[in-house]
Structures are given as structure tokens and as C-alpha cells.
Design a protein around this ligand. Structure first.
Ligand SMILES: [Zn+2]
Ligand SMILES: [Zn+2]
Length: 644
């Protein structure tokens, strides 16, 4: 008898040897049609694998990451099948699912392969998919596997590292691959499949190894989804923060300065400063105390904090001084510094909570291939703060941090967001530091705070760090992409390592709880997300230029300058486009630069001491005096910033 517990807790019995697909069919037709893969007792199983004994069974559809992974990994088999169809001498290596599709690393053995070959492969892949071939996994011995791949040194190397008895092949149609499993039932579920790009890749990511060709693809269960995906990529290209950052003169990079080290240009620096001031003002209201700490610190500090042991080898190496034995590290984290600030004087329960905030710049080594615009850099500024409180104050502190984050999302126009709450793995309590009682308190506080604030959230068991549970924020941008931003994280480890204490009401010494929190994450990443979210059309309060005055001819340059002076007195960021160009051209250029307001001035406006107001993307708003216009801007900005 096969006994199955489903995620809703219900228990069902089936004849031994029933497959997951048969179980799905017995539950509902929809589930049987939509299930792509399943987990049996936490292990991935094929839907038509025979099950026996008792355990838990979970099905995954396209809407879950596990479903997509199975779908895309299976599609990689179809890609490999098609490659061998055209290039029978090519050597296959590995073909995993990735974030947005899949790839296969191939040694084409000298055969030319490039963009011109995509189309014939696209057609062939779809043809193979339509054959509805079932994926089926079978066990082979190590000797059999080595014989099958005698001609392929890459697969041979993989097989040699596997244990005999654990090796499986996957067959579909007349194609076989060495594979652990995790497939959809058959190729017919793939309704759209396309090669996206090729790139070079070293075998096992080691540049001493042979170079392979990485063929990237993507596939979908509906043809229309591929169309949508391609349209989204096109839109994402237009919004790419690296492109807009250059066009809007916000930031740049220099090979001489070094990779992954952004240089903020005047407009970008001013925008970033406005963001910082906005957050500083909100934090001040919420009782944060600004602190400042240096960019380097003695290596010993990070040995004590544990960061050196964990990241030391893979990051920037110590800085030496003329003094022998003196070693410093670029700051990878602000937390140890803030712990030392906490320790700078005796603390009592009456001092808590203490909230130290710093826009602290940290440096972490990232491999050059991993660097990407402002989202993956080697030096960045966290909007960091560390809260030190008693275990009983956790809930309150969480509520306040959530308030702050929601205020930021609202002001910056992110209407769609959610949180992920990461808790302990209930089956493995020994891998966490801190008492079970404190963990329970913290986990309860996070869940309760999320509930009280009606924060849409998912709970992930086993995703907590070893030192504490956490809550991460994800926003959905204007074109539907999800970005991870800020985090709130409880920490029992650092207070222990730094022996932080406070005197309680009972006159005994106690250990405070520490919370790390960064609502933006980092200024660099946040600005990148913001640029891509608003496509460079920043909110009025934040945008580099709020208005540009456009004289219709040189005769009105002087009046235009007067208007700018008047606006500057009202703290409006404006300038004159006094180039000797037609006004139509000036308007087009201002639209390109995404300036929110264009103020056209000519004979009529000069006489009546007005400006003709045009709004970016909206068009004419009519004539206003500079004072009326200033009031319009002031009111709009005030309304946006008033929500706290
Ligand atoms: Zn496979
Ligand atoms: Zn921290």
C-alpha cells in the first residue's frame, strides 16, 4: 500500500507502485494537466516514476519555481537533441535550467556555430517537442555509463566523480543524456522554444580548461508566453539602467579607476543625495541616531565578527602598513563597527532600543564576470542601521521598520511588493546559534509584525541565516519584474561575539538582540532598480532637472533667465536651453532627457510675465506665472513626501 500525505495534510492510499501522475489524476484533472514535476519526501521525482511506502507528495506547476526549473531543464535536453541532429560530432557537457531559461555547454569541435544558425535550431526543437516524447529515467552502472561516453572526455569526467549505483540516464525519443532527473512528463508540453544567445564558457568555469560554446534558450508552455517574454526583454532593454544612466548623465565607470567601482556624476550624486536626505529625515522621525565609521578597520575586528573566516579568502586582501604585523581590511560590513559603538559606554535597559544609522560604504570582491552596472559592484553604500533592543522590544521594532519601508515604497511609487519571511528549518534545530526560546520569540515577532501591517508575505522554512530569522522585501517594477531590495534581519551571533550587554531592571547583565536593516539595500542597487522601474522618469521631487525654460528665439533668452532665477528662489531645479535651435527641437530634446516640465517663453509670455507649461508625456497645461508654476511644483512634491 502506498500512503501519501498531501500539502493540505490530507492522507490518501493507493496501490503500491502508483505514479505521482496517477495520484494527480485522482485528485483533479486540472492538477494532472498542469503538474510538471513533484517532490516525494523532499526529493525530486519524475511524475511517472512508481512510488512505494509512505511519505509526503508535493506537485509543482509552471507557476512555481520548481515547475519552471523542471520545464527548462527538460527543454535543455531538447536543445541538446537538436544540436546533435545538425552537429553529430559535437560533444555535450552540461545543460541546466537557469533563472530565465536554460543553457547547454557544447564543444562544437571546430564546427562554426553562431546567430545565423539559431533559426534552423528553433524550428527543429519545436518539431522534436511536438513529437510528445516521454522523458524516462533509468539507472546504469558506472561501467555502462563510461562505455556510453567513451568518446566524450567531459561526460567521462562527470561520471568518474559519481558513485556507482547513483548514476542515471534520461531517454526521450532517440536521445539519451547523463542526468540526475527532474523532468516534465513529455516534450509535448513545450509549446514554444527559442535560442536566445551564445557565449563562450570554460569547462567547469576554469580558464585553464577548454573553451566551450554556451547556447542559451528559453521555452514556454504557451506560444503567447514567448511573445510576451520577447516584448518584455525589448522593454527592459529600453529601461536598462546602464543605458539610461549614461544618457541621463547619472553615473559612469572608468577602467582606470577599476571595475565595479561606480563614479557618480553631478546629476546622479545630487539625486542620490536627495534620496539619502529623504531617508535621513524619515529615520530621524523614527528615532535613529546617525553614526559615522571609517572605510577600513583592523583585520582583528573582522576576525572577531567572523566575517574574515567566512569571506576573507574570497575578498579583498589585507592592507599592510609600514609597521610590521599591522593589517587592515576594507570594510565589508558596517555591523562590527556599530557593535563597538554600542560598547563605547555601559548600557542600561533604559537606553534601549538604540538605533545606529549610517550610509556606510562597504567593499566586497565580486568576480569581473559577475559585475553588472550598479546592481553588482565592488564598492557600494548601504543605507544601513543596527538596532539593539531587548527580546521584548522586537515586535515593536519590526513594526517600525516595516512602516519605514512601506513609506519608501509609497513615496517612490512601488505599488506592488511582498516580503519573504525566512525561518528555521524545523528538522535541523542544531545548526542555529541562540536559544530556542529567543528564536521562537523573534520568529513570532516577525510573523506578527507582517500580519499587523497586512504585508503580503511568503514563509520559507530553513531559509533563515544560522544567526537569526529575517524578512526580505521584494518589489515588482513597472514591467512586472521582481527585485529584491531591503532586508530586516535578527542577529543573535554578533551580540554574543562582541559580548554586548545591558543592565536590566533586575540589575543583572543581559544580552541585547541586534537587528540589521537596510530598506534600500544599497544606494547603488536601489538607484538601478528605480531607474528601470520608472524608465528614467523620476518622481518630481527626485528628478535631476524639474523644469527647463525654452525661449522661442534668442530675443527671449534674458526673460528665460529671469524665470529660472525666480524658480531657483523657490528651490526649483530649472535651467535655460538657450541654444540657437528651433523650439520644436528644444522640446524634443527635453522630452528625451525626461525633464518633467518644459516652460516655453516668447513674445506673449514675456509681455504677460508668464510661461507656457508643457508636461513630459502629457503636453500643454496652459500659461502660468512663474509663482503659480512654483506653487504647482511645491504642492506636488509636498503631497508625495507627506505620507509618513
Ligand atoms: Zn535531465
Ligand atoms: Zn549589519
Amino acid at each position: 500500500m502506498l500512503t501519501i500525505t498531501l500539502p493540505d495534510g490530507s492522507v490518501r492510499s493507493y496501490p503500491d507502485g502508483s505514479t505521482a501522475l496517477q495520484v494527480a489524476e485522482s485528485i483533479s484533472r486540472g492538477l494532472a494537466q498542469n503538474a510538471l514535476t513533484a517532490k516525494w519526501n523532499g526529493q525530486s521525482v519524475e511524475l511517472h516514476e512508481a512510488l512505494s511506502g509512505s511519505g509526503s507528495l508535493v506537485f509543482f506547476t509552471w507557476d512555481q519555481p520548481e515547475g519552471k526549473t523542471a520545464f527548462w531543464h527538460s527543454s535543455a535536453h531538447v536543445l541538446a537533441q537538436s544540436i546533435l541532429h545538425f552537429y553529430p560530432d559535437a560533444l555535450l557537457t552540461i545543460g541546466p535550467a537557469i533563472e530565465n531559461g536554460f543553457y547547454y555547454d557544447v564543444d562544437f569541435r571546430g564546427a562554426a556555430f553562431g546567430e545565423g544558425d539559431f533559426e534552423k535550431l528553433d524550428k527543429q526543437m519545436l518539431e522534436f517537442a511536438r513529437e510528445k516524447s516521454a522523458f524516462s529515467k533509468r539507472s546504469v552502472t558506472k561501467a555502462e555509463a563510461l562505455t556510453a561516453y567513451a568518446e566524450n572526455p567531459f561526460k567521462t569526467e562527470l561520471i568518474e566523480n559519481l558513485e556507482d549505483g547513483s548514476i542515471t540516464f534520461c531517454d526521450h525519443a532517440d536521445f539519451t543524456d547523463l542526468c540526475r532527473g527532474g523532468h516534465i512528463p513529455n516534450t509535448g508540453l513545450i509549446k514554444a522554444i527559442k535560442i536566445m544567445k551564445v557565449a563562450g564558457a570554460y569547462w567547469r568555469a576554469n580558464d585553464k580548461n577548454p573553451q566551450l560554446t554556451r547556447v542559451y534558450g528559453v521555452s514556454f508552455p504557451k506560444a503567447s508566453m514567448l511573445e510576451e517574454h520577447l516584448a518584455l526583454l525589448e522593454e527592459a532593454k529600453k529601461r536598462d539602467h546602464r543605458k539610461l544612466g549614461r544618457e541621463l548623465e547619472l553615473f559612469t565607470f572608468s577602467q582606470k579607476v577599476g571595475q565595479g567601482l561606480p563614479l557618480w556624476l553631478p546629476k546622479g550624486a545630487a539625486l542620490r543625495e536627495r534620496l539619502e536626505n529623504f531617508l535621513k529625515a524619515a529615520q530621524k522621525k523614527a528615532g535613529y541616531l546617525p553614526v559615522i565609521t571609517p572605510h577600513i578597520a583592523s583585520k582583528e575586528l573582522y576576525v572577531l565578527s567572523g566575517h574574515y573566516e567566512k569571506y576573507g579568502k574570497d575578498s579583498f586582501q589585507p592592507i599592510l602598513t609600514p609597521e610590521e604585523g599591522e593589517e587592515y581590511l576594507l570594510k565589508p560590513m558596517n555591523c562590527p563597527h556599530h557593535c563597538e559603538i554600542y560598547k563605547s559606554q555601559p548600557r542600561s535597559y533604559r537606553d534601549l532600543p538604540l538605533r545606529f544609522a549610517e550610509f556606510g560604504t562597504v567593499y566586497r570582491y565580486e568576480q569581473s564576470g559577475e559585475l553588472h552596472g550598479l546592481t553588482r559592484v565592488r564598492g557600494f553604500t548601504q543605507d544601513d542601521a543596527h538596532l539593539f533592543c531587548t527580546p521584548d522590544q522586537l515586535l515593536d521594532e519590526f513594526l517600525k521598520v516595516i512602516d519605514l519601508v512601506l513609506y519608501i515604497f509609497k513615496t517612490l511609487d512601488f505599488p506592488s511588493f511582498k516580503a519573504q519571511v525566512s525561518l528555521r528549518d524545523p528538522d535541523n534545530p542544531s545548526k542555529y546559534i541562540g536559544s530556542a526560546e529567543n528564536w521562537e520569540k523573534a520568529e513570532k515577532a516577525i510573523l506578527e509584525a507582517a500580519k499587523i501591517k497586512e504585508l503580503p508575505h511568503v514563509i520559507e522554512y530553513g531559509e533563515a541565516a544560522f544567526y537569526g530569522p529575517k524578512l526580505d522585501f521584494m518589489v515588482r517594477d513597472a514591467i512586472g519584474r521582481e527585485w529584491q531590495l531591503g532586508t530586516i534581519q535578527v542577529d543573535y551571533n554578533l551580540p554574543e561575539r562582541f559580548e554586548l550587554e545591558y543592565k536590566g531592571a533586575d540589575n543583572e547583565m543581559h544580552r541585547p538582540v541586534m537587528i540589521h536593516r537596510a530598506p534600500f539595500g544599497s544606494m547603488e542597487r536601489f538607484v538601478a532598480v528605480l531607474i528601470e522601474h520608472c524608465g528614467g522618469n523620476f518622481p518630481l521631487w527626485l528628478t535631476p532637472e524639474q523644469a527647463v525654460v525654452l525661449p522661442v528665439s534668442e530675443r527671449f533668452n534674458e526673460y528665460a533667465q529671469q524665470v529660472v532665477s525666480l524658480l531657483e528662489m523657490s528651490d526649483i531645479r530649472a535651467l535655460v536651453d538657450d541654444r540657437n535651435e528651433k523650439v520644436g527641437r528644444k522640446i524634443r530634446d527635453a522630452e528625451m532627457r525626461k525633464v518633467p516640465f518644459m516652460l516655453v517663453v516668447g513674445e506673449k509670455e514675456q509681455e504677460s510675465q508668464t510661461v507656457s507649461v508643457r508636461r513630459h508625456g502629457e503636453g500643454d497645461l496652459g500659461a502660468e506665472s512663474p509663482a503659480e508654476f512654483a506653487e504647482r511644483v511645491r504642492a506636488e512634491v509636498a503631497q508625495r513626501l507627506s505620507a509618513l
